[in-house]
Write a protein of this length. Structure first.
Length: 79
C-alpha cells in the first residue's frame, strides 16, 4: 500500500497545486528513471483526484440549475 493511499483525500486546490509541482519537476528533468516514473504515477493520481472533484462540482451545479429550472417552470404554470 503506497503512502498516498494512507493520506486523507486532498481538496481540489491542494491536489491541483501538487500536480503543478509534479509537472514542473518532470519538465525540469534530471531525475532518474525510477524517480520520474514515481512522479508520473503521483501526477496521474492527482489528475484523477482533480477530475473527481470537478465532476462532483459539476453535479452540484447541475442540481442547483435543475432546481432553478423547476421553480421557474412552476411559476410559469401558475401564471
Amino acid at each position: 500500500m503506497s503512502t498516498e493511499e494512507n493520506e486523507p483525500e486532498l481538496d481540489y486546490e491542494s491536489a491541483r497545486d501538487q500536480l503543478a509541482e509534479v509537472v514542473a519537476k518532470l519538465e525540469a528533468g534530471g531525475l532518474s528513471l525510477e524517480d520520474s516514473l514515481a512522479l508520473w504515477e503521483r501526477g496521474e493520481a492527482l489528475a484523477a483526484l482533480c477530475e473527481r472533484h470537478l465532476a462532483g462540482a459539476q453535479e452540484r451545479v447541475d442540481a442547483a440549475l435543475s432546481v432553478v429550472v423547476d421553480e421557474t417552470a412552476a411559476e410559469t404554470e401558475e401564471s
